[in-house]
Ligand binder design. Sequence first.
Ligand code: URA
Length: 268
Amino acid sequence: MGSTQPRGELPTHAREELRALVSALRTRLEVEARRGPSGAPARPTQRKVVAAAPTPLAEAEAAVAEAPSWAGRKGTPEGLRVVREDLGECTRCKLCTGRKNIVFGVGAPDAEIMFIGEAPGRDEDEQGEPFVGRAGHLLTKMIEAMGLSREQVYIANIIKCRPPENRAPEPDEVAACEPFLRRQIDAISPRLIIGLGGVAVQTLLRTRTGITALRGRFHVYQGVKLMPTFHPAFLLRSPNMKKPAWEDLKQVMAEMDRLGLARDRSKR
Ligand code: URA
């Protein structure tokens, strides 16, 4: 395959990834620093902390993968608060001019399961909360059918501000916003992610493969297993696709049961 980047330089996507990983590690370190000595890890660990500074991509990935373990705790509200504070009244991309509210994300800071959609729509922009419109109601039903509640999981989008006319997020918007999603994931440390819809999953996995080919098997995003499935808005338009979507969720439920994660197991 041909490559246009100068010799010795990382390709753009790898640089973006590295920047996001370092940013996630920074969040973790800031949380640790704010906790102070009383926040010492609950159990000692043999693992070595890898410095975040300029390291090859693989080392940075390893550092982030290690961070939740050496921190000894996962999913405190403090981690998310730091990310929200850093996001501030964001003006990093053009979507800031048209939004009513930043839609940061909602749910448990220690959620085991995270749902990631595309972008806020009109209802979400009005209310500042993801998936509150018609598609959101279907998502809530899907969550409950899995033996979970909306409060138990965490729900976010790739971008946090509504695009005009609900168009797909543009690359500069994703580039500005995705690092914050990555930091949210790092702060929450979910065990499993469900990617909702083609645009969200293609953006996360850096692929052009369609959702029909991607769904039905686990992938990995930021070291976390990710199950792609159809977007609830698509399911509202194509109810015959609810069955395959349910098959995807059943795989997630089976994985949850295998990992011993809490859910109402009468749902299967
Ligand atoms: N669609 C999405 O992808 N996200 C929302 O929050 C609402 C609708």
